[in-house]
Design a protein around this ligand. Structure first.
Ligand code: SF4
Length: 407
């Protein structure tokens, strides 16, 4: 059910059979050039393949030009998207260099103007996109839906006794707003290969319904995300629940996880969560994954938890080195289990698995490689961890050595 239309955003292509791209958005004031550049680099280094920045004032537009130029000068080619609301038509016209160097414009049909000015402003932005050969994301958001459209659909509901709930009407309006805006942009001459759509809500069930409807009505690539997902566990779970269902149905060509960072949390968490969502569904692979059991009364020591954590840290510490030396190793599954109840089974279905001894079990740790018992490790926690890491290294060396490796 992936979209058939492909859209190129800078050096990234979405839609068709292209990998689902990960996006993020900066939290800095774009007028603060250095902090914006720093955050874009952090997001990009963490794996964000497209980064969006707010362009809300003339100062921000001018700063955005400097930000993009400096990034390109320093070798960062991550596509940069300008996020415009209310005054996008003015800023893009007044800052032609910005219109030229941005990789995509994001506009919200509910926020481009009101009454007759709405179509005029929308047409002006589309014309600038055509002139600069740029794609646009038509980004409908439940919090800023076109109110004239909502009144029209409410009226239709009562006149024709359609008996739709207000929730249904709002969801319908989101899809109608997106589809009508796409049709208008196409009529104005913007090619279909230049249009991406999003229809974000902040409720997972609603998001699933909206995107299922949207996917049936368009072939344009879909930018998927739960808007205003919230903080911490809530934001991660709600995003993963909604996006996981849709991605598993083939809906979504690029994703963004809209987490509110707690005061001490880095912005890059939204990128890391997006990667885990895609990897959990087997849609993309970024790093070897560690399967570990939750632990229970059958394993009273914390050794297996410490080992699982140590292996996760070992993977992230060594990823850069491994990427230079090995090829296509990112889908490796490693299991670290707490006892013999599920340990051998889970270890056998992983590429490499270890089962630590539970309470009262023989103090040996069977290690399975490609489903077969390879060895049994003994020793203290430190020795077992060192031997298990060596097994991982040997497995990579024998199975994934790249012909273009850099030693
Ligand atoms: S594998 Fe063993 S220790 Fe881990 S949760 Fe299952 S029974 Fe408990």
């Amino acid at each position: 059910m992936r979209r058939s239309v492909e859209v190129k955003i800078g050096n990234v292509t979405i839609g068709g059979n292209n990998p689902i791209a990960i996006q993020s958005m900066t939290s800095t004031d774009t007028e603060e050039i250095e902090s914006t550049i720093k955050e874009i680099k952090e997001l990009s280094d963490a794996g964000s393949e497209i980064v969006r920045i707010a362009v809300n004032t003339e100062e921000a537009a001018s700063a955005a030009e400097r930000v993009i130029e400096k990034l390109r000068g320093e070798g960062y080619n991550t596509p940069i998207v300008g996020d415009f609301h209310y005054n996008g038509h003015i800023l893009l016209a007044k800052f032609p260099k910005l219109a030229r160097i941005l990789d995509k414009y994001r506009i919200n049909p509910g926020n481009v103007g009101f009454g007759k000015r709405r179509d005029k402003n929308f047409a002006q932005i589309v014309q600038i996109a055509i002139d600069n050969n740029k794609p646009i994301r038509i980004g409908v958001n439940v919090g800023s839906l076109d109110q004239q459209l909502v009144i029209r659909e409410m009226d239709k509901n009562s006149r024709f006794n359609l008996n739709k709930s207000s929730e249904e009407i709002i969801e319908d309006c989101m899809v109608i707003s997106a589809i009508e805006s796409v049709e208008y942009a196409l009529d104005l001459g913007l090619p279909k290969e230049k249009i991406v759509i999003s229809c974000k809500t902040s409720n997972p069930s609603s998001l699933i319904r909206v995107y299922r409807k949207l996917a049936k009505q368009t072939e344009q690539p879909l930018h998927l995300g739960l808007t205003e997902a919230g903080m911490g566990i809530k934001g991660i779970v709600w995003s993963a629940t909604a996006m996981g269902v849709l991605l598993n149905e083939g809906i979504g060509d690029t994703i963004r996880v809209s987490l509110t960072p707690r005061m001490n949390e880095p912005r890059i968490n939204e990128v890391l969560v997006a990667r885990e969502i895609l990897q959990s569904l087997g849609l993309r692979f970024f790093a070897p994954s560690v399967t570990s059991c939750p632990g229970c009364g059958r394993t009273t020591s914390t050794t297996f938890r410490e080992l699982a954590q140590e292996i996760e840290e070992y993977i992230s510490l060594n990823m850069n080195r491994w990427k230079r030396r090995y090829k296509d190793f990112e889908s490796i599954k490693i299991a670290v289990m707490g006892c013999v109840v599920n340990g051998p089974g889970e270890s056998k279905s992983a590429d490499i698995g270890i089962s630590l001894p539970g309470k009262g079990e023989e103090p040996r740790c069977p290690v399975y490689i490609d489903g077969k018992l390879a060895t049994k490790l003994q020793g203290d926690a430190k020795e077992i961890a060192a031997k298990f890491k060596k097994i991982i290294e040997e497995y990579l060396e024998s199975n994934y050595l790249s012909s273009e490796r850099v030693l």
